[in-house]
Write a protein that binds this ligand. Structure first.
Ligand code: SF4
Ligand code: SF4
Length: 117
């Protein structure tokens, strides 16, 4: 439903599916970025609470985000840039820590726009 975050009840099923999947489909980030444009809102539509992330050892967001927007610093802190977000919801689905991610869609007129070719 438009304006709603991904279904949090599906988190467990998603993780189970990912664990049993024989392989991930090939994904060329540079190619995909050539098919989209981003209209960036001044308000981040996704934010991290590092108090929660500091206790997370799985750090699934680092590998699950197709846009590679989550990065671990040398100090072990997870940082995030919302600007090139595909709004796919994967980070919200794979994160198993309540309150770590605050997820919403960008305001109207902002966010990702996909082009066919
Ligand atoms: S966003 Fe979720 S998966 Fe990523 S580091 Fe924080 S708690 Fe862990
Ligand atoms: S919604 Fe998708 S593209 Fe955006 S930060 Fe989360 S996983 Fe990455």
């Amino acid at each position: 439903m438009a304006g709603m975050p991904p279904d949090s009840d599906s988190r467990l099923d998603y993780r189970q599916a990912a664990q049993t999947s024989p392989s991930m489909p090939e994904f060329d980030l540079d190619e995909e970025l050539g098919r989209v444009e981003f209209r960036i809102s001044a308000r981040p539509h996704i934010t991290l609470d590092n108090r929660v992330c500091s206790g997370c050892t799985a750090r699934a967001c680092l590998v699950a985000c197709p846009a590679r927007l989550f990065v671990e610093t040398a100090a072990g802190e997870v940082i995030f840039n919302y600007e090139n977000c595909f709004e796919c919801g994967t980070c919200y689905l794979v994160c198993g820590h309540e309150g770590a991610l605050s997820w919403s869609y960008p305001p109207g007129g902002y966010g990702v726009r996909f082009h066919k070719s």
